[in-house]
Design a protein. Sequence first.
Length: 273
Amino acid sequence: MSASSLSDASVALIGAGNMGLAMLEGWAAQGLSAERVAIIEPNPSERLRALCAAHGFALSPEGGARDAVVLAVKPQMLEAGAEAAAPFVGLDSVVVSILAGKRISDLAARLPAARAIVRAMPNTPAAIGRGMTGAYASAGTSEAQRALAHALLAASGQVEWVGSEALIDGVTAVSGSGPAYVFYLVECLAAAGVEAGLPADLAGRLARATVEGAGELLHRQAEISAETLRQRVTSPGGTTAAALSVLMAEDGLAPLMARAVAAAKSRATELSG
């Protein structure tokens, strides 16, 4: 075993809810052949059934060691997920977990055959192939196994590796939970538009399209920092500068965001035990 590329790998996916399904869709788009994928999902959605029918994936196949075993169940389902994963875990398998708050030690205790474990924290834009995943590999993970884990995670977006498992809590606080912060920004911007006299439906459309466009600009001009992009649209003495004087005040957005991220990180640490 020990394939390092996605096209050559045999994979078991344990749990195919929203995030697991997003990953599976990414693998299908990358050309992973159906006969090399095992899917364990006791409550398959219509979307999953349709994907399986379209690509020939099999639900609940026989066990057997795989190059990679991806645990994508809910954190509270760790025991059941590990039990389902065990028949697919061999000494050369890499286990990739996206269970929030569950440490490598938690997985190792339940999957004693696993010598290589990757703990990953994706986010919801993975559903459209624009996710951001932070990942950490255990000491027993080979370069080939890490490369395979990277390929599996990168099929649904970008991947950043961290040098310490403790940093995963910070990843969770910034990118894992981050989409919710952006969605709330849209809500607040729309509400402020109503306060400024705009009809609610118009304010909602303006706020949403503005954040969508700004995000796409960040994506397409990745070589330019967010700070530079902000400065480019801020004319001295203009309307944007007036708004930013509030957002960038000593008690403005920066300390508020710092407190929010700190709260999320603290909670992530609590959940990790």
